[in-house]
Design a protein around this ligand. Sequence first.
Ligand SMILES: [Zn+2]
Length: 172
Amino acid sequence: MSVNKLPRASKEEYLLSLALSATIRSEDPWRRVAAIAADVNGHVLATGYNGSQAGEILTDDVWQDRELRLKSVVHAEMNVLSCVRKHEVHTVACTLAPCLHCAKSLVLWGVKNVVYMFDYNRDNEGVEYLRKRITVVKHNPQHIWQLTQVNVEALFKMQADSELAGGLTKQS
Ligand SMILES: [Zn+2]
C-alpha cells in the first residue's frame, strides 16, 4: 500500500508555523506579531506576541493613535526575551522582521539565529543590524502557511475518515 506522506516541516519552518499561530493572542488591530524562542535543539522555550504590559489594558484611543501606540505596545521579540535567560536561546522565529530596538536586544540576549517571514515596510534597519552580527534568514510566508494549512486540512480529513470508519477501531 502506498502511503500519501505530507511534507514534513524543518525545525525552522515548524517554529515559524508556531509563530503564525501565536499571533492569535495579539490584540493589536494594525499588525499582529509573534515570536518563538527555541534552544539549540529547536525545542520551544517561550512564545510572545505584541501587546500591552501584563495586566495593562490599552484603550481604543491608544490603539488608534500611532504615537501613543508606539509608546505603549511591547513588541513580540521583547515579550519572548522577557521569558528566557540570556544565552539559553539559539533561535528566535518572528512573523515580522525585527525592528532595530528588538534586533539589538536579540543580540544582547545571545541569540544566534533569527528567522522571519514578513519584511517590515518602514525600514530594514533591524535585519541589517542582525545580519552583521548573527545569522538571519527570511522564509517565504506563503510556504509556511501552505505547510501549516495542508497539514491541518489533512488532520480534519483523517479525523472525519476515522469517524466514518467507526472511530478508534481503525487506527494506523
Ligand atoms: Zn521591535
